[in-house]
Write a protein that binds this ligand. Structure first.
Ligand code: CA
Length: 220
């Protein structure tokens, strides 16, 4: 799962991006509103954390343009502006959630999980499909009787597939969700991850669709 962090405060930005990486997200960080605008138009991210007081373009303006363009990416505002009017405006402009600084990083992570789950059309905290389930809070995956802990990247891979059971994801789709801009991706990295998830959970967990990509078969 790839997150865009829009934050001009370097200390907060570093703390948040580190915490997100620790929690198995791929993170790209931009420091002004105009850049955020351009990056969001590419649609590479699955959620955005948006500060409001930003150079070049205010966060509310970024949000407004984003929603006007029809982009429905989940957005959490993170800001020091705690006035009721600002909160209402942010939510009315299309933010999915609003956190006032200073916030606890664990609360941010929990809200992010909640948003991701709603995006996947699931209400339960554990993602599941047939025999396979995945707990984003602990990174534990289960297949039948087998319960294993996944690495951050194995988790990202399985989460991407489990959020859309029955949908084929290409190598590029998966790389985009697992790696940020500054991470070098080896050409066989995805195959390697698929192999290790299958080894842990069983070969049937992820289906190879020859020449197209991979999927988790939708359980009936
Ligand atoms: Ca700011």
């Amino acid at each position: 799962m790839r997150i865009l962090l829009v934050e001009d405060d370097v200390m907060i930005g570093e703390a948040v991006s580190l915490a997100l990486k620790d929690a198995a997200y791929a993170v790209d960080w931009v420091k002004d509103g105009a850049t955020a605008d351009t990056v969001l138009a590419h649609g590479e991210h699955q959620a955005v954390l948006l500060d409001l007081g930003l150079p070049k373009q205010d966060g509310l303006e970024v949000l407004h343009r984003l929603r006007q363009s029809g982009n429905a990416i989940p957005a959490i505002i993170i800001t020091a502006r705690d006035g009721i009017a600002d909160r209402i405006k942010g939510l009315d402009l299309g933010a999915d959630d609003y956190l006032v600084k200073p916030f606890d990083i664990h609360e941010l992570l929990a809200r992010l999980r909640a948003i991701v789950r709603r995006q996947g059309g699931q209400a339960a905290s554990v993602l599941s499909n047939g025999q396979v389930s995945l707990d984003p809070a602990t990174r534990e995956a289960q297949c039948g009787e087998t319960l294993v802990m996944l690495s951050a990247r194995e988790f990202s891979l399985l989460q991407a597939l489990l959020l859309r059971p029955g949908t084929i994801l290409t190598r590029a789709d998966l790389e985009e969700r697992i790696y940020g801009w500054n991470e070098e991706v080896e050409s066989n990295a995805v195959d390697f991850l698929i192999h290790s998830v299958r080894k842990k959970l069983g070969a049937a967990t992820i289906k190879n669709v020859r020449g197209a990509g991979w999927m988790v078969e939708k359980a009936r």
